[in-house]
Write a protein that binds this ligand. Structure first.
Ligand SMILES: Cc1ncc(COP(=O)(O)O)c(C=O)c1O
Length: 401
């Protein structure tokens, strides 16, 4: 049975959260995060990418220095390293968590290595204990990509506080959604010497329209609205306006992508207020997402156990992204969508094989496999037991034909 279309992501914002748009209170991010990130200094940024850019601008790094990072990654992150004259050195991932494999670090480190960039992919905590020890042993900076990871814990503590710096992202597809926005967290010894990053603000009207578009998108991706609004609109664009569809729902690789530090609206006070509200319920959000993922898993039963990753291998995952392994994620996604189940294949790619990074190509077989096999399924709190059954049913059908 194909019921109403299920989005792959829902922000779980309430009308009260949207009212925060009217707030102009200047709250500091330290007040908003209330010690969740230890003593870290927190800086607002237009996006997570800007936070990384700002860190690299002031970190003790020079062109030609090598940065070790997982090959299975968000390609704009690699592009930012390249634009700053740094050399990306690709490391393979652990198949169970999709995060950087510490066992592969010794083979990739060199005299020119200066930093490890670790991504808590899908909100799965990476093995920060071993990666941190490796960085200390080799005198490397550690930067954490926490775009997916608010509420993700390692040794009981929020990730993002273990490295010298960390980026967070609050875009419309993220577990904390402030209609855009990002944050740089600095915990390293040099944090106090770091100047507040100044981001060029985009002129008013453009940035207000951007915020409006994200607002419409966030409302349209709530389960009650999705089937009536965003779903038909995205299908229409896919068929008739593929370029617009790609802008709304960026996918696959874009070898032409260049990061533009001045290209986004600045972080605004209402974003801090939206974050404060969502952080107050982050733990219950995570618990409900984990329960939704567990519900799908139990509907799938024993015969599908091999599909599952081990998100909690190095701590507690926030279930912000639910990934399963299918023989062919592209075909699996097509079949799930036929059943009205929103999902996403090839959301992250093996960057060690992308044409724009060919100069730094590497052999990372688990990253290649993840690109081919990982399918992201819905796992938001409002996914009812019958929705969970529908997701499981779509996955079983994707496997059975
Ligand atoms: C793994 C990862 N890193 C970094 C980012 C960058 O975040 P932003 O879009 O806020 O720049 C994203 C965004 O999707 C991401 O998925």
């Amino acid at each position: 049975m194909v019921g109403r279309a299920l989005p792959r992501h829902s922000s779980e914002l309430t009308w009260r959260d949207y009212l925060a748009l009217l707030a102009s209170r200047n709250t500091t991010l330290e007040e908003v995060w209330q010690g969740r990130l230890g003593q870290a200094r927190l800086f607002p940024a237009p996006t997570g990418r800007h936070a990384l850019w700002a860190f690299l601008e002031q970190a003790p790094l020079k062109p030609g220095d090598e940065v070790l990072l997982a090959a299975y990654n968000f390609h704009p992150v690699v592009q930012i390293l390249v634009q700053r004259g740094l050399i990306p050195v690709f490391v393979d991932i652990e198949p169970q968590t999709l995060t950087l494999d510490p066992d592969d670090l010794p083979a990739r480190v060199s005299r020119r290595s200066r930093m490890v960039l670790v991504t808590h992919m899908f909100g799965h905590p990476a093995d920060l204990t071993r990666i941190g020890a490796f960085c200390r042993e080799h005198g490397l900076l550690l930067f954490e990509d926490c775009a997916h990871a608010p509420g993700t814990l390692h040794q009981g503590a929020q990730v993002g506080s273990f490295g010298d710096g960390a980026l967070f992202s609050f875009g419309v597809y993220k577990i904390l959604n402030s209609l855009g926005g990002g944050m740089l967290a600095l915990s390293g010894a040099d944090a106090d010497r770091f100047a507040v990053p100044g981001f060029a603000a985009r002129p008013g009207l453009g940035s207000r329209l951007e915020t409006l578009a994200r607002l419409v998108f966030s409302v349209g991706s709530t389960p009650g609205m999705y089937g009536l609004t965003l779903h038909p609109f995205l299908r229409f664009c896919e068929n008739l306006l593929p370029k617009l569809a790609r802008t709304l729902d960026p996918s696959d690789n874009d070898p032409e992508y260049r990061f533009d530090p001045a290209g986004r609206a600045p972080f605004r006070p209402f974003m801090a207020e939206m974050l404060r509200r969502q952080l107050a319920r982050l733990e219950s959000n995570v618990a409900r997402r984990r329960a939704a993922a567990e519900g799908i898993r139990s509907c799938l039963g024993q015969k599908a156990e091999s599909l599952w990753l081990q998100p909690d291998r190095h701590g507690l995952a926030n279930a912000s992204y639910l990934g399963v392994r299918l023989p062919d994620a592209v075909e699996g996604a097509r079949r799930c969508r036929e059943r009205g189940v929103g999902c996403r294949e090839r959301e992250y790619l093996d960057c060690s094989r992308l044409p724009q990074f060919a100069a730094w190509a590497a052999n990372c077989p688990e990253s290649t496999r993840a690109e081919k096999e990982i399918l992201r399924l819905p796992s938001y709190p409002s996914l009812s037991p019958s929705d969970q059954e529908r997701v499981a049913d779509a996955v079983l059908r994707a496997l059975s034909r």
